[in-house]
Design a protein around this ligand. Structure first.
Ligand SMILES: Nc1ncnc2c1ncn2[C@@H]1O[C@H](COP(=O)(O)OP(=O)(O)OP(=O)(O)O)[C@@H](O)[C@H]1O
Length: 227
């Protein structure tokens, strides 16, 4: 059974159609790369799959249950407890320290303070950010901030990770470290990973690749065959 499944999604912004009959699914333990040209609808698809946007029509299921028909508070609760997000911009609180930023979603989920900070420290180690826990995130390099964002997304132990260009500001060695970490999470913990990327090397780590074109989702081999 798919972990997240979308069928026949339509979503417009005013008169601009962003999704036009988009269908896609990701299974537990699977890494799905979502590729496609700028403006084709990738981010809109990610936002619909994760319950941030409600589609105009179509159905989304998480773990077999309808997500799109849930009221906003229930979708928010799901995002906080079951979904992790790594988006390109604006997710860290610059005035807070690295450790505070990673611990914050745990504290919001009512994890005790000591445990939240111990979990944060563990993720700092896994992402090679040891010693930076006390630094304000506004004082980090782009690559460090991105790894903190990844640590923050993973600290809650999500069942689905939604990532938009998660290695965008990382050098290739660090990018590979992050991708290997995501592969490990998928294999060992069954996390489903939905990964938007323009980078074919990053997509090479995925189990399956789809291409979004004009608001529709194609298997990558369909697109290659049609070229
Ligand atoms: N908030 C919005 N308001 C109006 N139009 C929007 C909004 N978000 C997206 N769109 C439009 O919807 C279409 C799909 O955009 P989307 O951001 O999903 O594409 P994308 O494939 O993620 O692009 P990129 O690779 O450049 O990030 C585009 O035509 C875009 O201009």
């Amino acid at each position: 059974m798919p972990m997240v499944e979308a069928e026949h999604l339509f979503r417009s912004f005013g008169t601009t159609p962003a999704l036009r009959d988009a269908s896609v699914a990701v299974a537990a333990g699977e890494i799905l790369a979502v590729m496609g040209p700028s403006g084709s609808g990738k981010s809109t698809l990610l936002h619909c799959l994760s319950g941030i946007f409600v589609p105009d029509s179509g159905e989304i299921r998480y773990d077999g249950r309808r997500l799109d028909t849930l009221p906003e508070p229930a979708r928010t609760a799901l995002r906080r407890t079951a979904f992790g997000f790594v988006f390109q911009f604006g997710q860290l609180v610059p005035e807070l320290t690295v450790a505070d930023n990673i611990a914050l979603p745990l504290l919001l989920n009512k994890v005790r303070r000591q445990q939240a900070y111990a979990t944060a420290a563990g993720w700092l180690d896994r992402l090679e950010l040891e010693g930076l826990g006390g630094r304000r995130t506004g004082e980090l390099s782009g690559g460090q901030a991105q790894r903190v964002a990844i640590a923050r997304a993973l600290a809650i132990g999500p069942r689905v990770l939604f990532a938009d260009e998660p290695t965008g500001s990382l050098d290739s060695v660090t990018g590979e470290t992050v991708m290997r970490l995501l592969v490990g999470l998928a294999r060992e913990e069954g996390v489903a990973v939905v990964l938007v990327t323009h980078d074919s090397r990053v997509a090479g780590y995925a189990d399956r690749r789809v291409v979004v074109r004009d608001g529709r989702v194609f298997a990558s081999h369909e697109v290659e065959a049609g070229r």
